[in-house]
Structures are given as structure tokens and as C-alpha cells.
Design a protein around this ligand. Structure first.
Ligand SMILES: [Zn+2]
Ligand SMILES: [Zn+2]
Ligand SMILES: [Zn+2]
Length: 172
């Protein structure tokens, strides 16, 4: 497996990036975040976050529950949902509403809304952060006297790898 940095441009992120580093970073950030909030990063919270981070793909709550039940006994569905809520409130995971699934957040330390590119072929999700989009949406909502409760932008399509060769146009 190549040790190519996964910090390079997203479109070129290789399938074989060092994903264990992604997981380790996510876990240590979560631990820090919980400590700052005076919350315990319990074994269950760690396990759920680790499972959400298993891939850069949406994790469905019932799949998480099934996996958890196989590695620890007596996990109630409500416990898993509560744990996911907890992680979501701390910005450690995002909920992908259209898929009713969760994905780990790569920048939990910065205040932001979830903007996602979701590949319909391989399910890979890439989080993109753009504050201009947020402020534009805010102005648009304000013009309608609409009060935003939550903001999630989900773009469905094909990632670079999944596009047919002849249609590929790499970002310059
Ligand atoms: Zn990764
Ligand atoms: Zn995020
Ligand atoms: Zn894809």
C-alpha cells in the first residue's frame, strides 16, 4: 500500500491512501473534543465513531447496530442512535439526510455546515467546505424571512474514478 499523503487534492485521493491515519486522526480529535466539552469519550462512543470512519462512505445506523452487536453484547438500538446524536452534536459526524446515514467529519474543529459530494456508483463521500455557499444560502433564506435550522448540501453524481474514461475532465 502506498504511503501517499491523503492531504493532497481530493480528486486525486487514491483508493490506497493510508486510511488508518484518517481513523487515528479522527479518534484523537474526538477524544480532545470530548475532553474540552467535559464529556467522556466512552468505549461505545469510540467504537461507533470508528465504525462510521471505517470508510469514506455513508454508514447506515442499522448497519452500525448490526456490526456493534457482533462485537459487543447488549447494544440497544436507542443507545446507538443516542451515541450518533452525541457525535453529531459535537460535529464529529455529519448526517447525510438523503441517505439517512452518517459520515465522519474531517474538520470537527472548525464551525461549518455539511456540504457533500456523493458518488452514486461507489458511494464515496467527499466533504467540501465553502463558506461562500453558506453565506449565499443565508442571504437567500433571509430574503424569504426564512429561519434556517440546519444546512446540508448534498450533491449526487459520479466521483472522478467512477466517470467513464471519455467523459473525464480533471479539475485543473
Ligand atoms: Zn481515509
Ligand atoms: Zn464536516
Ligand atoms: Zn465513485
Amino acid at each position: 500500500m502506498s504511503k501517499t499523503s491523503h492531504h493532497q487534492r481530493s480528486t486525486k485521493r487514491s483508493v490506497q491512501h493510508d486510511h488508518s491515519a484518517c481513523i487515528q486522526t479522527a479518534l484523537s480529535r474526538a477524544e480532545k473534543r470530548c475532553a474540552e466539552d467535559g464529556e467522556r469519550f466512552t468505549g461505545l462512543r469510540r467504537q461507533v465513531l470508528e465504525l462510521v470512519w471505517a470508510e469514506h462512505k455513508p454508514a447506515k445506523a442499522y448497519d452500525l447496530l448490526a456490526t456493534l452487536s457482533s462485537i459487543r453484547s447488549g447494544v440497544a438500538p436507542t443507545t446507538v442512535y443516542r451515541t450518533l446524536d452525541f457525535l453529531q452534536e459535537r460535529g464529529l459526524v455529519h448526517k447525510i439526510e438523503s441517505l439517512n446515514a452518517y459520515v465522519g467529519c474531517s474538520q470537527p474543529d472548525t464551525e461549518h455546515n455539511g456540504h457533500f459530494l456523493i458518488c452514486e456508483a461507489c458511494s464515496e463521500i467527499k466533504e467540501i467546505e465553502n463558506s461562500e455557499v453558506s453565506s449565499w444560502l443565508e442571504r437567500a433564506a433571509q430574503a424569504e424571512n426564512f429561519k434556517i435550522r440546519s444546512e446540508t448540501v448534498e450533491l449526487m453524481g459520479l466521483c472522478f474514478r467512477c466517470q467513464p474514461e471519455k467523459e473525464k475532465r480533471a479539475a485543473s
